[in-house]
Design a protein around this ligand. Structure first.
Ligand code: SF4
Length: 396
């Protein structure tokens, strides 16, 4: 494969841009994580394939590679078990988005550029999926193929480090005083954009990044736990994270003295518990799987606990043989199968996004979601009970 399109080899610096939200908050985590083996999930590998598809089609669209070369590369990727036709749809959306961003005929458009931000972070480098420079502004676009968490470009350290690298590289050639950072996350329809002046960005690099990166590179600094622990390789055994999760109950409530007033949660207590709910839930699951794996592998003895088989459901060993056996015994196929409409996601995949929208848009409804508690900074409007009461009164 063309070395420019081998995304699996990207971003392996000790202080990577993708890990910056963590090592900027908890500097010693970088060196400790580096001692643990690399793990890669199927989701990450799928993202790599999707990035390669998008890069090839974008390069073809911009006339940077010949159509035949693009077709050959895409056909090769189609043999990958993680490839899906959906990636082609998302690549087209990505190309549409970039095309809309290019406003000037003189725009410089760069694809998969290595960005060196080592002036701020020791050995720091990363790859910008697409960079556009035009009319006094430099735009850094990052494609995210995940669909678990909606990623914001607002004050996003990864994007800001890429932007610093791009400023370093291109400010000698082009004139611009602003940087726009964009996250394009097609699978959940998330587009997040943020603009900063080059001056503010450089100030952040000098005041915040440089001193913290020096600590992180040396393995020094203070352990600080928080939301950034979510993807830390140490999260299942880190005492600082355990402390952070447990202090929620320990520190706040240990001075109970039988006074009824003090026995009920205050609104502030609830806010603190809700604020840490996700991290505590994830931490409990992480510690549980660490314990299960350790016990099974014989590397961990958890006093008072063992691992057993959980509940499981019956399943057919060979579905074809089940059908053959029942048909041979006189059961008609109509008894054996149920006719079921594809789910919306599967239907969209089966007939394509455009056809789906043009034929079925009026036949799709989206019911009101369950009430969910989120921080006030969330952009969604507050949930109201009005419609629910209307529905109930109509039934009476
Ligand atoms: S789990 Fe959190 S506190 Fe512990 S090392 Fe990782 S980032 Fe730091």
């Amino acid at each position: 494969m063309d070395k420019n399109i081998d995304h699996s080899q990207r971003d392996h610096a000790l202080l990577s841009a993708s890990g910056a939200s963590r090592w900027l908050k908890c500097p010693p985590s970088a060196r400790l994580e580096d001692e643990l083996p690399d793990t890669t999930s199927e989701f990450a590998r799928e993202g790599t394939v999707a990035h390669e598809v998008c890069e090839i089609l974008l390069r073809k669209h911009l006339g940077l590679i010949a159509k035949a070369t693009a077709t050959k590369s895409i056909n090769k990727l189609k043999k990958d078990a993680l490839f899906s036709d959906e990636m082609l749809d998302h690549a087209n959306d990505y190309i549409d988005y970039i095309t809309e961003k290019i406003k000037s005929d003189d725009a410089a458009v760069l694809v998969e550029e290595q960005l060196d931000f080592s002036q701020y972070v020791p050995e720091g480098f990363g790859t910008g999926d697409c960079i556009i420079i035009q009319d006094g502004i430099l735009t850094v676009i990052d494609l995210k193929y995940g669909k678990g968490v909606s990623v914001s470009a607002e004050d996003n350290p990864q994007m800001k480090l890429y932007a610093l690298g791009a400023v370093e590289m291109y400010s000698f050639i082009y004139e611009f005083d602003k940087v726009e950072m964009c996250i394009f996350q097609p699978r959940i329809g998330n587009i997040s954009e943020s603009v900063e002046t080059v001056e503010d960005l450089i100030k952040w690099g000098e005041v915040t990044v440089i001193p913290t990166a020096v600590l992180a590179f040396e393995g020094a600094g203070e352990f600080i736990a928080g939301d950034h622990c979510r993807f830390c390789k140490l999260r299942n055994k880190c005492k600082h994270l355990a402390d952070y999760c447990m202090e929620t109950v320990r520190e706040e409530f240990e001075d109970l003295d039988g006074n009824l007033d003090k026995s009920l949660l205050e609104p502030e207590d609830i806010a603190m518990i809700i604020g840490r709910m996700k991290i505590i839930q994830n931490w409990l699951k992480d510690v549980e799987s660490y314990a299960i794996n350790g016990i099974l592998e014989g590397t961990l003895d958890v006093p008072g606990y063992k691992v057993v088989e959980g509940r499981s459901n019956r399943s057919y060993v060979d579905q074809d043989k089940v059908v053959d056996t029942l048909v041979a015994n006189g059961y008609p196929e109509s008894t054996l199968f149920e006719k079921k409409l594809l789910t919306i996601t599967a239907m969209e995949k089966a007939i394509g996004k455009k056809e789906f929208n043009s034929l079925l848009a009026d036949l799709i409804e989206k019911p009101k979601g369950k009430p969910t508690i989120v921080p006030l900074s969330d952009k969604r409007s507050p949930y109201t009970l009005e419609n629910e009461f209307e529905d109930e009164s109509n039934e009476l």
